[in-house]
Design a protein around this ligand. Structure first.
Ligand code: 3HC
Length: 705
């Protein structure tokens, strides 16, 4: 089927990209577009060419799926199309309506003029896929808006709204209404005045007032310092800076060749493969195998019970999505704190220029506090965010069930407790599920959607749609203790604690994990979330108790982390920076000795493997039991909820990267050395022995653990 629609109007050829859903500039589309560009060039009746997009979008860029295939000499890519435009003699206009991203914007940059509708957005987000713009973007954008501005836009992978893009000089015109008509008018005017304006003919300037291109080495050196190290998340960023440098230093043709070489290197790199996996895993989330089709219910009003940090964070999340929310909180003091938090948050947005005063006021007003459950009667969904205690939560739901309208969904924000047990106290277990937000709820992107035994397809579909509305990564989980994320965290924490008991100081364990790419190490994380939380979980689940009494002792001595100024680290007043604390290390050593644990040496390699492979092993178990639907779901949970380095793709992707067999061999070795907590999950053994990968594992329908 043709992916391009051709039309002629008064000597102007209109080529409309039509490759749903996002008009990706695939190899196949490029193979079709290239002869059309050549034909337009050869046709004496064609004076100008307009590119536009069907499907409500200009183009989402190159087809990310194509990157997994090695192009053959016959393959045509968007680069070939752009080269033909570059060589051509006609006038080219990009008529943008909707997104023009990646290769989509690069195609526009090869044109002489760019015109867009007000709702459009343009950007070069390749960096988010561990790539750099590889179809001329790194060479043309600096020639258009200056090297500094172009570099920043590409390093952020920023998507810029049309008006702003015009201000920055990326677009020539922004219009309301039919963009192809407007592009036609623009082309006619251009043909009379300035038919050709190829960016390749320009010189790239730095774009920093007072500085000439001679300052480039200094600017580039600064930029290299600002991005993460090459082996820890910055692989593409450093190459992108090199490409921009080439745009200023080299003639256009050589710059393009440099860009192509750097791009080709990146596209084959492990970090890019991992980030592309994360991209596709995210888009799989809402697809639930075996879920009967069900129309999501409309969520127009929300309620939250509990106005603490978590409840208020959830309320802000709803307000940000334009859904009014009522928070029930009995304590005046907590209500006051909650209101302050809402107010402070929106003030901050205004101060940072991210929101107008009016918008901030409107959103702030849509969060209402009350002490009366009756005010929740009309809500379409009510989320409980009270103290983590089964009886307290059951009490809340009994009450809600009698008050909230019968069609509404009730949800718990518990992080560990049994969702079915809570559902059972209501008359509507089909409309009950877990919505597990991560603190701070208005910032963290992860949302675990916990499917109970009796949760109906419609309730689940509604929660998935709601997750999207709230701009969260909604991952469906079975009703396991700790669901996906915390269940895995328990094993990770167990190993971290075991290493500390063996005499490896917390700061070293944390350093190894940060080196691997984690946003923070396990001990800084324990201190951040509070050891009291951990202690409470241990009380409820005795199998969570470690070999020693460390947590107990720290809890007793009020070393519960940042909240008390000391935990595994110490903290100076008003500063969250963990400082090594030898006193804490002494406590660790004493408790380890009391438990009869002999100190031993552990290398960095062992530390990393014990922590990450603990995640992989339990992840495999959750997969096999259907608690997690897909390896990619686990990866999304870890990348978005627990700071797992995205350039390693998540624990399950990382296992594939290392080789599942090699992970399995280490797990077996750990089992021999450290005990049965390291028993390999049967699925890990199965995949290792068959020489397979987690990526190739196909899920079954969610079963309930
Ligand atoms: N390649 C292949 N598939 C893509 C794609 C792309 N560039 N962009 C989106 N898709 C697919 C998605 O996988 C999804 O497929 P599915 O329906 O089978 O799950 C479908 O299109 C719809 O995508 P979304 O669910 O994300 O739809 P939204 O409407 O929410 O968002 C979008 C649309 C803003 C275009 C968003 O998809 C997006 O940001 N896409 C990626 C943009 C990007 O990174 N482009 C750069 C590509 S690399 C490149 O161009 C290299 C060049 O420099 C040579």
């Amino acid at each position: 089927m043709s992916q391009i629609v051709t039309a002629d109007r008064d000597g102007i050829r209109i080529l409309t990209l039509d490759n749903p859903p996002v008009n990706a500039l695939s190899f196949a589309l490029s193979a079709e577009l290239l002869p059309l560009v050549r034909a337009a060039e050869d046709d004496a009746n064609v004076r100008a060419v307009i590119f536009s997009g069907a499907n409500g979008i200009f183009s989402g860029g190159a087809d990310v799926n194509d990157f997994a295939t090695e192009p053959t000499p016959e393959t045509k890519t968007i680069r070939d199309v752009i080269a033909a435009i570059e060589r051509g003699k006609k006038t080219y206009v990009a008529a943008i309506d909707g997104n023009a991203l990646g290769g989509g914007l690069e195609l526009s940059l090869a044109c002489d003029y760019r015109i867009a509708t007000t709702r459009s957005k343009v950007g070069l987000p390749e960096i988010k896929l561990g790539l750099l713009p590889g179809a001329g973007g790194t060479q043309r954008l600096p020639r258009l808006i200056g090297a500094q501005a172009a570099m920043q836009m590409m390093l952020k992978g920023e998507s810029v709204a049309a008006d702003e893009a015009k201000k920055r000089g990326v677009l020539d015109e922004v219009v309301e209404g039919n963009v192809v008509d407007a592009a036609f008018g623009l082309a006619c005017r251009a043909l009379e005045k300035e038919p050709k304006r190829r960016l390749s003919q320009r010189q790239a300037e730095l774009g920093i007032p007072g500085l000439t291109a001679n300052a480039l080495p200094f600017v580039a050196a600064q930029a290299h310092k600002m991005v993460p190290p090459e082996d820890n998340g910055g692989f593409a960023a450093h190459k992108l800076i090199d490409a921009v440098e080439a745009a200023v230093e080299l003639p256009f043709g050589r710059g393009i060749a440099r860009e192509a070489r750097l791009f080709d290197e990146l596209v084959r790199s492990a970090p890019s493969a991992a980030l592309r996996h994360v991209f596709f895993a995210e888009r799989e989330l809402g697809k639930i195998p075996g879920l009967p089709a069900a129309e999501p219910m409309k969520i127009e009003r929300a309620g939250v019970v509990g106005g603490g940090l978590m409840g208020t964070g959830i309320a802000i999340t709803f307000a940000n999505a334009g859904i009014p929310v009522t928070v029930v909180e009995p304590s005046d003091e907590a209500t006051e704190r909650g209101k302050q938090m809402v107010f402070g948050m929106y003030m901050n947005q205004v101060q940072k220029g991210r929101m107008t005063q009016e918008e901030a006021w409107k959103r702030g007003q849509s969060v209402v506090y009350t002490d009366d459950y009756a005010e929740l009667a009309d809500c379409d969904v009510v989320i409980e965010a009270v103290f983590e205690n089964m009886d307290v939560k059951k009490g809340v739901f009994k009450k809600l069930d009698g008050i909230v309208k019968p069609s509404a969904i009730l949800a718990t924000n518990t992080s560990t407790l049994d969702v079915d047990e809570m559902a059972a106290v209501t008359q509507r277990p089909e409309q009950f599920l877990g919505l597990h937000f991560f603190a701070p709820a208005n910032i963290m992107q992860l949302l675990e959607i916990v499917r109970g035994k009796r949760t109906s397809p419609q309730t689940l579909a509604t929660a998935i749609a709601l997750g999207k509305t709230l701009r969260k990564k909604g991952v469906v989980s079975g009703n396991e203790f700790g669901f996906i994320g915390n269940r895995m965290l328990f094993d990770y924490s167990r190993e971290a604690m075991a290493l500390a008991e063996e005499g490896v100081p917390p700061y070293r364990i944390d350093a190894v994990m940060k080196d691997f790419g984690f946003a923070m190490g396990p001990f800084a994380m324990f201190d951040l979330s509070g050891l009291d939380v951990f202690w409470h979980i241990q009380q409820a689940k005795t199998e969570m108790k470690g070999r020693s009494n460390i947590v107990d002792r720290m809890y007793r001595e009020k070393r519960i982390g940042q909240k008390s100024g000391k935990g595994f680290y110490r903290y100076e007043k008003g500063n969250r920076e963990p400082i090594r604390d030898e006193e804490a290390e002494k406590i660790l050593a004493e408790e380890a000795a009391a438990a009869g644990i002999a100190p031993r040496e552990a290398g960095d390699d062992e530390i990393r493997k014990r922590l990450v492979y603990a995640l992989v092993n339990v992840g495999a178990d959750l997969l096999a039991r259907g608690v997690a639907l897909r390896p990619g779901d686990i990866d999304i949970v870890y990348v978005y909820g627990y700071g797992f380095p995205p350039h390693h793709g998540g624990p399950m992707w990382y296992a594939d990267e290392v080789g599942v067999k090699s992970v399995y061999d280490d797990v077996l070795r750990f089992q021999k050395e450290f005990g049965d907590q390291w028993r390999p999950a049967p699925l890990l053994a199965e995949i290792a022995q068959s020489g397979g990968t987690f990526a190739a594992y196909t899920s079954k329908e969610l079963v309930h653990a």
